[in-house]
Design a protein around this ligand. Sequence first.
Ligand SMILES: C[S@@+](CC[C@H](N)C(=O)[O-])C[C@H]1O[C@@H](n2cnc3c(N)ncnc32)[C@H](O)[C@@H]1O
Length: 331
Amino acid sequence: MGFVFASCASDYVAHVKEDVSRDLPALRLAYSRPGFLTFKIDDDVPPEVPRPSPWARVWGSSLGRVRRPDDALALLPADARRLHVWGLAELDGDEAPVAQAETTLREAAPERFEAEPRARAGELVVDVIVAADGAWLVGLHRHGPGRSPFPGGDLPVEVPADAPSRAFAKIEQAIAWADLPVAGGHVAVEIGSAPGGAAYALARRGVSVWGVDPGAMAPHVLAYVGPGGARVHHVQETLAGVRWEMLPRAVDWLLLDVNLAPPVALHGLTRLVPAWRKRLRGAVLTLKMNDAIVRRGVATWLERVAALGFRDVLVTHLPANHAELCVIARR
Ligand SMILES: C[S@@+](CC[C@H](N)C(=O)[O-])C[C@H]1O[C@@H](n2cnc3c(N)ncnc32)[C@H](O)[C@@H]1O
């Protein structure tokens, strides 16, 4: 018998429960707090346990609940040397108990853990998750693709004060999470680009962006000139109204961030993508997940993205995402 733990955004515990009860009936809910759950299973749980839901940000085997560093250390295999200490949502962002727990653990076992938190692929990571009552939930996961290397699934991004929307953080986190080779000189098309947070982030990286949106782009984004002369161009049209002649012929990256239901948004892309097949490197698609029927269809939406001609199709809930999932597809 073993336990699986999963963290998610504090308001999305119900989504993880929904996915687990539908897809993984062998997992029985054991413990649930805002942003954190554990499940009991009859089998042993390795640190490589598959992600239980696209809404989960950190997941792994749950080893136990302790209050003293020696009890935590006793649970750990010797080769687990990367330490991630993070807090439950109930701490309300209070970092002091998290910092205290990390100091206590490191002092109890000097040299036991690597100094840096950033995990490398293949490493075992110790998760020490601090609760408001002072208890620590101890877990273990193996770092690899599709996971954040930082404690608690964080993907730290510096958002400039003049970024016009949180989409700046969304695209930067997507690039970091999937290690996308976005480079200066590339060309991107974004459907649903206003007011221009993501376009601004890309232009600052030297990527020229064509943003399709009936709404207005922030004037300072349209006036911005990035490295290599990268600019943001606005095509004031809807997804249904835009014609591919209005857009560049050679496109490296496709972004989608529209307030449309996934089937409608993905159907709209099927008309545009074939023209770009030759050079397209990948896509970052934000799919709105506002109702349960749409959430149940995630597997179908991923198949539709693959059918656009993409090989690797990944999905996650980035720290900057709200009621939406980020699909990252590569060719
Ligand atoms: C979440 S906002 C996009 C934020 C943007 N990606 C950024 O970086 O700031 C959603 C956008 O979708 C646009 N939108 C809604 N329906 C659309 C459609 N049919 N075609 C294109 N854009 C649409 C809205 O005008 C709105 O600007």
